[in-house]
Every structure is written in C-alpha cells, then in structure tokens.
Design a protein around this ligand. Structure first.
Ligand code: SF4
Length: 439
C-alpha cells in the first residue's frame, strides 16, 4: 500500500505520521490586497498553518501575487492556497504563485473532456513549480456526468474524487490532498469512508482534508464540525482540518486546533464517567469551560450516534467546578442529537463561511434569517454568500437565501429561484412569508 504525504510549501507536510494541519480561509475581497494581507497576518498569528484565499478569475492573479510577496517580505511563510471555481485558466495561471491550488471537479470546466485536458495542463505547471493540489469535491456541486450515474450521493462524491485521483496517478503526480465535503454529517462521513476504501483497493492512499462544509455558526456549527470530523479522525482518517463557520475566520481556529490536538497530540476529554442503559448514555464531565464541554461532548458521543451505536446522550457534571445545569444539559443533548441527524428540534441551517466572493453582510443576514425561521423545526434553510457558487452548494436545502450583491438577494425553493433582486432589508421577511404560504 502506498501512503502519500503531500508537501505544501517548504515546511507543511500533510499525511500519515504527521500532526493534523489546521487551516482556514480569508473572507476578504482578494482585490482588497491591504485587507487580505492584514487578515492573513492575524490568521497566521492565531495559529493557521495554511490559509486559503479565493481567486475568482484571471484579474485576481496579480492581487494574489502581491498578497504573497507582501506576506513573505514580512516573514510570514504560512502556505497560501488558491481557491478556484469555474475557471481552469485561473487555476493554471495561479499555480506558480501559491503553494497549493484547490479545484472543484464539479465546476473546473463546463465541458468534461475539456476539464480533463485542462487538469493535465495544471498538473504540469504544479509539477514544475512544486505546487500541491487539493481535489475538493462538494456534495452540492457534483458534475452532471457524476449525478447522472450515481445521483447526488456519497458514492457519487467518492467516485468523482477517484476519477481525478486517477488522472493524477496517470500523470505520476502525487502531491495531492483530497476532500469530500457536505453540510450533512452522515453524507460527509459516508463519502470519506467510501473513498478511503476505494483508495485502499487501488493501493494508493492520498491524504484527506476533512471538514463539514457550510456548518453554520455558534455552538451548532462547532458541534456539527466536531461530530463529522471526530467520526473520521477517531478511526484514523483525516490529515488536515478546516472548521468552516459563518463567523470571522479567526474564530474557526480554536475548534480546528482542538480537533488537531485531540487526534494527533493526545489532548484528553474532560469526560469523567459514563454509563449506558437501553441505548441511552449518561455522561458526566468535569469541564474547564463551556466551550470545552461542547467540543468534548460532541467528539465523545457524536460518532456513536451517527453510526447508530447508541440512541441518546444525556449530560451531568461541572464546568469550572459549577454544576452544568439542566437547561445547558438538555440544550447540549438536543444539539448533538440534531448534528448527528438523529432527532431534529429546530430548523437545519446550512450557511457558508463567506469568502472573497461574498458581496453582502452574510453574518448579519444569517442571524436575521435564523431569528425569523427558528420555529420551523426540521426545515432545511440555506444562507449563502454568493450567487455564483451558493445555489449549487446548497445541496438538499428546502429554501435558500442567496446574496446577489448590490444590496439584493435571491430566494430559492429547492434548486429553483422563486424571487430575484429582493432588497436585502426586506429579504428575511419575504423568505418567511414564502415559506409560510407553502405550508
Ligand atoms: S458560497 Fe459562500 S464560501 Fe462558497 S464561494 Fe460563495 S461566498 Fe464563498
């Protein structure tokens, strides 16, 4: 079995035997070089070991070059990853400038034959410049040639990744990391497990970038991310992690660092005891903080709930010596049950983290949509940052709220836009009235 380690820049190694690498992504506009450099500076200081930056088109290649050279001149050597959608030419143009290029097979090129040919060119440029590649498959944006064969499924995601990994192997290009992200923890975990089996059967195992995409924010986003990632990391799958939150990117890093430390540096849970009766676990903690309790509990019990090894989890114990309290214990149980997709007590929100393509105040809009729709238990509502990628990435959302830019929003029912150009100030109310009319 060949187990591959990817090298990102001079220092970062992603693969078996190496500590899990923590990464995040800028949400500044790439053309705003000052803001992006400043954000990278903050992220590097906060512990990001790789930083991804969107490169929407060829016009942004010089901006990325300037960002890179300014950071290097300051002595910040954190590898930069260019995030590419819909422009294979941009991937090829940016490859000499950055340490890694992320491409999405589902939108690398409109035409599948052209996509394969352009990917061959990209591999040659990356080989020449020592640039790594991430094959970043997303549940919501599989190519039609894949969904026609396998549907929008974990199997389709794993097959899509394998096709592109085979192209890398055909070209003898091995500096590759692969990801299969979904906002649905069950889909995400199944997809990664299937891919691992396929790679093992093939005899070549590439390193995995893992994460739950569009996880939302707050406790829910962290719990969902921990459950998805812990289900893989606890079985030895996963070499680099991003916790994707609709918050400032700095806020993603503590949860990602927790996962890396727990699964590659021996950080222990604050769980002190547990017992199980009729499928229900009673777990007692002595946690140093509320934040730590949430992360520990999600990682301790989420994987077993997701895999249906247990049916329910309840909590007791202390936080910094004070009793956890019935309300927090019940809330934590509800959140972990929902993130494991075992019991839904509120709507299921899909919200992207935002990036340089975001043209509106995504974090504020997400809070407003949540405030208006919190009573719609079980409904799947997506809040997405851009009209280019957002509708495709919403996967199985019942309703979507997608920023168009210029103060306007599009509202989707499933994959269909039902209202376009809604003024932002009115859009959360419009969304709710459309949902209520449909009930
Ligand atoms: S959907 Fe969100 S994260 Fe994805 S490209 Fe658009 S703004 Fe960026």
């Amino acid at each position: 079995m060949e187990k591959i380690t990817a090298r990102i820049g001079k220092r970062v190694l992603i693969g078996p035997g190496h500590p899990i690498v923590v990464q995040t992504m800028c949400n500044t506009h790439t053309s705003d070089v000052d803001a992006t450099v400043a954000q990278c500076r903050r992220l590097a200081a906060a512990g990001a070991e790789m930083i991804r930056i969107t490169v929407p088109g060829l016009q942004d290649v010089p901006h990325m070059a300037e960002i890179s050279s300014r950071l290097r001149a300051e002595g910040i050597v954190t590898p930069l990853v260019a995030d590419i959608h819909f422009s294979s030419a941009t991937a090829i143009a940016i490859a000499p400038i950055v340490e890694k290029v992320r491409i999405n097979p589902g939108n690398f090129h409109r035409d599948h034959a052209q996509a394969r040919s352009q990917f061959g060119h990209l591999l040659e440029v990356c080989r020449k410049h020592g640039t790594a590649i991430r094959i970043g498959v997303n549940h919501g944006s599989l190519g039609s040639y894949i969904t026609n064969l396998y549907g929008n499924t974990p199997l389709g995601m794993a097959k899509a990744a394998m096709e592109w990994l085979e192209m890398c192997l055909d070209a003898d290009f091995r500096n590759v990391v692969v990801s299969l992200k979904s906002s649905n923890t069950v889909v995400m975990v199944q997809a990664y497990r299937l891919l691992e089996e396929m790679m093992e059967s093939r005899g070549v195992v590439f390193p995995l970038h893992i994460g739950v995409t569009e996880a939302g924010n707050g406790d829910s986003g962290r719990i969902k991310s921990c459950i998805g990632c812990a289900s893989l990391l606890s079985k030895g799958l996963g070499n680099t992690v991003r916790v994707s939150l609709t918050e400032d990117p700095e806020a993603e890093l503590p949860a990602a660092r927790y996962l890396a430390d727990r699964y590659s540096r021996g950080l222990e849970s604050s769980l002190v005891s547990s017992e199980i009766a009729d499928g229900t676990v009673l777990a007692s903690y002595e946690a140093p903080s509320r934040e730590r309790l949430i992360l520990d509990a999600a990682c301790d019990w989420g994987p077993a709930l997701l895999d249906r090894e247990i049916d329910e989890v309840r909590f007791s114990g202390t936080i910094a010596g004070e009793p956890i309290g019935d309300d927090l214990a019940a809330y934590l149980s509800d959140e972990i049950m929902q993130a494991s997709r075992r019991r839904f007590y509120k709507p299921e929100y899909i919200a992207c983290p935002g990036c340089g393509r975001t043209m509106y105040d995504l974090q504020k809009a997400f809070e407003e949509v949540k405030a208006r729709t919190s009573h719609l238990k079980g409904m799947v509502i997506a809040v997405m940052g851009c009209i280019v990628n957002g509708p495709g990435e919403m996967a199985d959302a019942d309703w979507g709220y997608v920023g168009e830019g210029n103060g306007k929003v599009s509202i989707y029912r499933g994959k269909t836009a039902v209202l376009r150009h809604v003024p932002e100030a009115d859009a959360p109310r419009k969304l709710l009235s459309l949902i209520e009319d449909s009930l």
